[in-house]
Design a protein around this ligand. Structure first.
Ligand SMILES: C[S@@+](CC[C@H](N)C(=O)[O-])C[C@H]1O[C@@H](n2cnc3c(N)ncnc32)[C@H](O)[C@@H]1O
Length: 327
């Protein structure tokens, strides 16, 4: 992927970075080998698990770039508007310097090349490992900066966050099946831009509402969308998050993708994390795509599991009494 293309570019003499000055890398993931880019780099990564993994390798990792840069590298995200925004930010950061762009074909690398041909000077395009790596200079893309959008319900979102254009139907179904009374400490695990927490904040008996979200941009939206004083915001990896004192309820629509590939292991890790953080009498409220195989994990981690509803696309599950020891 990125690593393969960088190696190919270096070996064929095409990776020409400025002789001096720092390099800003937007969106590198935990598995990317950035050592080919030299030591003087800063990585902008807003997803907490990748952020932490890159930092653990000794890299300078931030959520917003700091200082001056001679060049930039943008790893294309899936969402097109988010990709345009990152390229506009990179171009503004480096002025006349080069902006390298890397992406899988499935992440729109080819259409980005077509768009940038009209707006920048495009260097040689390296095609390798089902993707493209290329360099642009003088990109005229200031209008690509993304503005937050406001959904019909007044909530703020930004490109790239989960369900940026509308409320997720699965989350809506979960909200409709939550009990009218919920008491004590509630955790919204994978809170996104805060839809479920906004719904929860109508319940008076909740004492604390913890929003746990890995995506820094989504959590920033949630801060705007959930202004309830009981809300606490955690930019954290839900699978390792711990809540001293424990929770009475966990509410979640767990993620079901890692990158592009559907992967139920992340959802299972959310269920295990919920069981860990719930008090002995605690309850989990979960919605998932109907086909996702969570039942075994739920049975191992909870004494009692009830299907509240199944429609053609989703299931809403209520699980009670977390097992604190393996079953
Ligand atoms: C299916 S979405 C649900 C979002 C929100 N609760 C809603 O209903 O609109 C799952 C959320 O989990 C977040 N997420 C993915 N991996 C995570 C992790 N390891 N820790 C915390 N949040 C994560 C995603 O960024 C996404 O916002």
């Amino acid at each position: 992927m990125l690593t393969n293309r960088l190696m190919f570019a270096r070996d064929s003499g095409l990776l020409s970075l400025p002789g001096s000055g720092r390099l800003c890398v937007f969106g590198a993931r935990s598995g990317d080998d950035l050592s080919l880019l030299g030591a003087d780099l800063q990585v902008v990564q807003t997803l907490r698990p990748d952020h932490d993994a890159l930092k653990a390798r000794g890299l300078d990792v931030v959520t917003e770039p700091t200082g001056d840069f001679a060049a930039a590298l943008v790893v294309l995200p899936r969402a097109k508007d988010q990709a345009r925004d990152l390229i506009a930010r990179a171009a503004a950061l480096v002025g006349d310097g080069p902006v390298w762009i890397d992406g899988q074909k499935t992440d729109g690398a080819d259409s980005m090349i077509r768009e940038l041909r009209k707006r920048a000077t495009l260097g040689e395009v390296i095609a390798k490992a089902h993707g493209k790596l290329f360099c642009v200079t003088g990109a005229d893309v200031a209008d690509w900066r993304a503005a937050p959008s406001r959904l019909l319900n007044g909530m703020v979102t930004v490109p790239g966050v989960f369900s940026a254009d509308a409320i997720d139907r699965g989350s809506q179904l979960l909200a409709a099946h939550l009990p009218a009374q919920m008491k004590g400490v509630v955790v919204d695990l994978g809170a996104g831009w805060g839809y479920l927490s906004a719904e929860l904040s109508a319940r008076d008996d909740i004492s604390e509402l913890h929003l746990v979200e890995a995506d820094h941009a989504a959590l920033a939206c949630a801060r705007d969308n959930v202004t309830d004083p009981r809300a606490r915001f955690h930019w954290a990896d839900a699978t390792t998050f711990a809540l001293p004192g424990g929770a009475d309820h966990v509410v979640t629509n767990p993620p079901f993708h890692i990158g592009r590939a559907p992967d139920p292991s992340l959802g299972r890790a959310f269920i295990a994390a919920a069981a860990r953080m719930l008090k002995p009498g605690g309850q989990l409220w979960l919605v998932a795509n109907r086909h996702l195989p969570y039942e075994t994990e739920l049975g191992e981690k909870f004494v009692k599991t009830t299907d509240l509803v199944r429609d053609p696309a989703f299931k809403v599950i209520h699980a009670e009494r977390p097992r604190k020891k393996p079953h």
